[in-house]
Design a protein around this ligand. Structure first.
Ligand code: GTP
Ligand code: MG
Length: 290
């Protein structure tokens, strides 16, 4: 198996001579690790400068220094549900990243905390998407609001909010399409959904737009974040497939350039394979400390 980014970084820090060649190798590695050219140069410069100031000479010191520099570029975030209100999470992302699976995991996660969850099948573009969500709803014992294939996704979410209000469910999890005839169609549709939600929920309810990023897609995650953030605004990220060898370096670049925090991490295909983002653990793994 290909060595993980953290393992390679750990090996690099093992060199022990922190000269120009070391920093060049570090930069190459950060770029390979999906941190992007601009973020990479910033990190490398900061580590170089700080190492001089602190007179760091050991591999451990450099690794810790690197972690501290990275820590300024990424934040963990947990949404707070408002009690007595209909809160809503809109789950966004390109096709195949893990949106629908993540909804099921979120349902279980929030049910266990005592919430009443309802799903909205607003991916009406792909024929099988509604059935897929329905199966998850059945297995997680959630109510689901759906309409037919091709229905207006905004209308499905509208219904779900009404129904949640009536039945006192306090969290709506809305699935969305990852693909439409073209990118512009998709983004326009999402903007319409966003408007519907804003017009239907109480002002102080928690409305979160989550973008799901697949750890295995590397640098593409950054352009996806730019696209969705520009089109409707993203509150937080969910990183899926973190159980793969990919360690999510793109999150650093997204955090650095777009300032979007990370809320959850998907670590497998079971419903319980979702955990709140742990910044310390993420950084330790990324730089090869653990
Ligand atoms: N290993 C692993 N697989 C995951 C994870 N999250 C999702 N998957 C898998 O990724 C595949 C796609 O997941 P979906 O939830 O259908 O993705 P989607 O974004 O809804 O896809 P579309 O509806 O086609 O846009 C499925 O096989 C999931 O089981 C994860 O954290 N780890
Ligand atoms: Mg889906």
């Amino acid at each position: 198996m290909k060595k993980t980014f953290g393992a390679r970084l750990k090996a690099l820090f093992g060199i022990k001579t922190f000269d120009e060649q070391f920093f060049e190798k570090l930069e190459d590695m950060l770029i390979e690790g999906d941190l992007g050219a601009k973020t990479t140069m910033e990190i490398s410069d900061a580590v170089r400068k700080q190492a001089k100031i602190e007179k760091s000479t050991s591999s451990q010191e450099l690794q810790q220094l690197m972690k501290r520099v990275l820590a300024t570029k990424i934040e963990a975030y947990q949404p707070e549900l408002v009690s007595g209100a209909t809160n809503i999470f809109l789950i966004l992302g390109v096709n195949g990243v893990g949106k629908t699976t993540t909804i099921a995991k979120l349902a279980v996660y929030y049910q266990e905390k005592g919430n009443s969850v309802i799903m909205a099948a607003a991916d009406t573009f792909r024929a099988a998407a509604i059935d897929q969500l329905e199966l998850h709803a059945e297995r997680t014992q959630c109510r689901i609001i759906k309409q037919g294939h091709g229905a207006d996704p905004g209308a499905v979410i509208f219904d779900a909010i009404q129904s949640a209000n009536a039945k006192k469910d306090n969290l709506v999890l809305a699935d969305t399409a990852g693909r439409m005839h073209n990118k512009e169609n998709l983004l326009r549709e999402l903007q319409k959904i966003d408007k519907v939600i804003k017009s239907r929920i109480l002002e102080d309810a928690c409305y979160q737009r989550f973008l799901v990023i697949d750890a295995t897609t590397g640098q593409n995650g950054v352009s996806q974040a730019q696209l969705f953030h520009q089109a409707i605004g993203i509150d937080a990220l969910i990183l899926t497939k973190y159980d793969s060898a990919a360690k999510g370096g793109s999150l650093i670049q997204i955090g650095d350039t777009l300032k979007i925090p990370v809320a959850f991490v998907g670590i497998g295909e079971r419903y319980t394979d979702l955990k709140p983002f742990d910044k310390e653990e993420f950084l330790d793994t990324l730089v090869g400390i653990i």
